[in-house]
Design a protein around this ligand. Structure first.
Ligand code: NAD
Length: 355
């Protein structure tokens, strides 16, 4: 099968592309605009493979999308391209509205026109899989409830509102046009190749550099954490075996307060990197509480029993094993993150030379 993956140069998308190329016989067309979050160096293990192709395209550019469908004739679409960082959505929501809502609308329309002209066999096998977040469900503060596939939407941030909007569009295209869509909503991912603006890589790299570890508010915000390779495997399972029209929640059974995550990382670093930067006695002493994010949700927790029961997927990593692997990966892959931090990963791509 030929699978069109949008956002395949991002954190989760690149894990999906690596998973498909390394573990299946399928081909991948990676369609990505290469925003600041897109990094082709995350695909260096698979980019020489003859089953891998890359197209630098913006999902807001309808004509360019049509060309990609015409040229590559995909059997399945996995849609991950998005603006994904909550803090950036608060500072500048426009790109989130453009890419996450208008871009998804464009992709739905181009995919539907393409699907309509397929022969009956290919048409009935086609799937449009929309990858979304548990943040669309809002805040579970003060309850012990879990998000299920029927929980009402109550997004809090411009990011989660834009993802909620795109989820609604995808479901409307199923209901109105019979277009074969599937939606997955997943909890927080962590693991290799994570852009250093996100909590876990930011804390690892700041600690190694002896910089403050900024924790929002009292650090008691609870998130469920899933190792990114477990998510990639879940997504491939859903796009190949999931039921059209269904939603599957994906999560790791790892509810942790942010401060607990940061302290666990500090303990791992004490063990793995005992020689600390000058002036640092212990990594935990770098923890610095900062003003909370506006509208910050207090607790997310996900019930992933449907995908486990119906599709037989379960996470392979516990939080402890996944976090250790992640810290070890950052310690062993300095070139990848140093080139992200100094900007050279994108400057070379743009033909600009570092001064
Ligand atoms: P990311 O920011 O690391 O990657 C996004 C990718 O999309 C980048 O490669 C970027 O270049 C590309 N992109 C952005 N705008 C584009 C456009 N207009 N056209 C084409 N490509 C564009 O994001 P991620 O963390 O890998 O998340 C991927 C998807 O999974 C997103 O839809 C996100 O909402 C969802 N998700 C993320 C998490 C998480 O914890 N990171 C959890 C659940 C769901």
């Amino acid at each position: 099968m030929k699978i069109l993956v949008t956002g395949g140069a991002g954190f989760i998308g690149s894990a999906v592309v690596r998973h498909i190329i390394q573990n299946t016989a399928d081909s991948v067309i990676n369609l990505d605009k290469l925003t600041y979050a897109g990094n082709l160096e995350s695909l260096s293990d698979v980019s020489d493979n003859e089953r891998y192709r890359f197209e630098q395209v913006d999902i807001c550019d309808k004509a360019a999308l049509e060309n990609v469908f015409e040229k590559h004739q995909p059997d399945l679409v996995m849609h991950l391209a998005a603006e994904s960082h909550v803090d950036r959505s608060i500072d500048g929501p426009a790109a989130f509205i453009e890419t996450n809502i208008i871009g998804t609308y464009n992709l739905l329309e181009v995919s539907r026109a393409y699907w309509n002209q397929l022969d009956e066999v290919r048409k009935s096998a086609f799937r449009f899989h929309h990858i979304s977040t548990d943040e669309v469900y809002g805040d579970l503060e003060g309850t012990t409830d879990l998000f299920t596939e029927t929980t009402s939407y109550k997004p809090s941030s411009p990011y989660s509102a834009s993802k909620a909007s795109s989820d609604h569009l995808v479901r409307a295209w199923l209901r109105t046009y019979g277009f074969p869509t599937i939606v997955t909503n997943c909890s927080n991912n962590y693991g290799p190749y994570h852009f250093p603006e996100k909590l876990i890589p930011l804390m690892i790299l700041n600690a190694l550099d002896g910089k403050p570890l900024p924790v929002y508010g009292d650090g008691m915000q609870i998130r469920d954490w899933l190792y990114v390779e477990d998510h990639a495997r879940a997504l491939y399972t859903v796009v190949t075996q999931g039921e059209v029209g269904e939603t599957y929640n994906i999560g790791g059974h790892n509810e942790k307060a942010n401060i607990e995550v940061v302290k666990t990382l500090c303990a791992l670093l004490e063990e793995l990197v005992p020689e600390k930067p000058a002036g640092v006695n212990c990594y935990e002493s770098l923890i610095t509480y900062v003003a909370d994010r506006p509208g910050h949700d207090v607790r997310y927790a996900i019930d992933a029993s449907k995908i486990e029961r119906e599709l037989g997927w379960t996470p392979e990593e516990t939080f402890e094993t996944g976090l250790r692997k992640t810290v070890e990966w950052y310690l062993n892959n300095k070139t990848w993150w140093q080139r992200v931090l100094d900007g050279s990963y994108s400057m070379e791509r743009l033909g600009v030379t570092a001064q």
